[in-house]
Design a protein around this ligand. Sequence first.
Ligand code: SF4
Ligand code: SF4
Length: 665
Amino acid sequence: MHLQNIVFTVLFLAALSLFTYNLLRIRTYLMIGRKDNRFSGAGRRLLKVLGIGIGQSKILRDPAAGLMHAVIFWGFMVLITAVLEAFIQGFYSSFSLAMLGKVSAVFFVSQDIFGTLVVLAVFYALYRRLIVKPKRLQGDGSTNSDAVFILMLILGVMITMFGVNAMKPIVHPENAVFYKAHFIASQITPLFSGSVILLFNIFWWCHIIIILTFMNYLPYSKHFHIVTSLPNVYLSKLGPQTLDTEEINFENENVFLGAGDIEQLTWKEMFDGYACTECGRCTSVCPANLTGKPLSPRKIIMDIRERVTEKAPLVAGKKEIPAEIGRRKLVSEYYITDEELWACTSCMACVQECPVNIEHVNSIVDMRRFLVQSESRFPAELLTVFGNMENNGAPWAFPQSDRLKWTEGLDFSVPVASGKQEFDVLYWVGCSGSFDARYQNVSRSVAGLLNKAGVNYAVLGTEEKCNGDSARRLGNEFLAQTMIKENVETMKKYKFSKILVSCPHCLQTIGNEYKEFGGDYEVVHHSEFINNLISENKIEIDESKKIDKKITYHDSCYLGRYNDIYEEPRDLLKEINNGELTEMKHSKDRGLCCGAGGGRMWMEEKIGKKVNIERTEEALSVEPDIISTACPFCMTMLTDGVKEKGRSEEVKVKDLAELVLESSK
Ligand code: SF4
Ligand code: SF4
């Protein structure tokens, strides 16, 4: 073994030990968080890593910046062969991939191509950071210096790799025939013909030292995501976006009452902080941020990481927490304020956009739970809403006995479950469908269609209670669970095969979140259900009654991003409007929230521009006759928006069910 090999081995082992120490250090920090099982379903998780991680599918939603990032990522994957070759040479100087014979050309050509692409991408990244300065890369304490340093290290790795590759034919002439495959690096080979060995060694050592420095700088840098992003994608939620899946048992005296500081977050919520790239994609699509509220989902995640860095070493090391650090709780004026948390509409746009699948909404709701359940600190208007839910099983002050008022005046009778016991479809009317004067017409329309189609259905009537979504998203988990459990008990009394809902919040909660409370149901939204009735010819569209107007469709976040239902409402609208539908600028999974989700429906909006006005203006900008919706909250927000813009006379806000009933035979 030569001196060079010995020095390399010592350096390599030291760097590897330091890196391992840092990984273990961060692991001990995560261990102070709550449990969260993110390991089941390995196959599905690996598929996500393939699509989102290796395929960079979410990064590429932003074409220019996405391509730049993807090139650097893919380049690094390909260039691992060059790094491996250099590291093995550290132990055995004579090693070369050329030993693989002609196959080595594949590696050498790809190293030159991807090395060049990575250099170009790095220059483009520097240009964006230092000259263009896109808004989403600024603010929230996000700094350029760390990013620029990392980009320079990447450039250093590339330059030294090209230097080493350029001199290989001179240092190892026995392999020169294979090194011709370095068709770019070989162009600069003649430059080094004089002091070849010395230069080769300088490039090789610089290459090694930059990589080892890079590796050990990462755990202290925001670019630690280079290590954590693929694991974070692997560990992200499978299936529909539900809240924390663990059932919080209020009979247990140590029940979790919310996250006021890092110890009450789950380990995964803390890990999200280490995976954040600070790209700002989440904040750039956040409706609260866009309308001037003090909420930036990126800042939420960065604050979690900051607080973990500040406090976790003390907690993990069982050290006394200095008063100064103890006072600076995660939910406080030092990090995340109440106003930030209450501004969230739980629209999931941030989660949808995040290239490393960070789950902001989980953490936000965990912190809201702390505000409501531990601190009793929430906007005053919610006191009435919680009181109504507790006393009347609905956010409004209407009594349960009024739940069937929407059926009054119908020229057919609506069957009630208590009088039937067994039926095919349970039509879950929901609180808006029962009590909201405007939305009652949607319930009447759905019932009208069910009646026309001869569906064997029933409603729960006075036995139905609020599904619990608003209470859950507002952090009142105790109240939510009380209503959820009562609803599950009620439904146990009847035999039916599926539940039909008009409200996407009912769809999400009953369909995806009741399971952990013993209610495992097939739940369908009326957009899907009515589509099926049409395709089975149980509902027929009358050619003479087709709408023939300019219709635009507003995607409900809970129907779209939460439940992936984008096409069914559009199919219905095209069916009744001669195939015509006008899309807004933000639609489908890029749709802009109406402002009512996450319990914001029940809160005053005092800061910034109103979210519903922002969305209404976008809808009005396509000059529609009808803005169609498929959600009671969206209907309220857009109806108010159109009214506030003074356009109620000429622009109508209508639900899909109303439009189909109007057009049906
Ligand atoms: S869920 Fe919507 S409102 Fe809440 S932080 Fe994310 S993007 Fe913003
Ligand atoms: S949370 Fe995701 S989208 Fe937001 S800044 Fe971090 S990596 Fe980017």
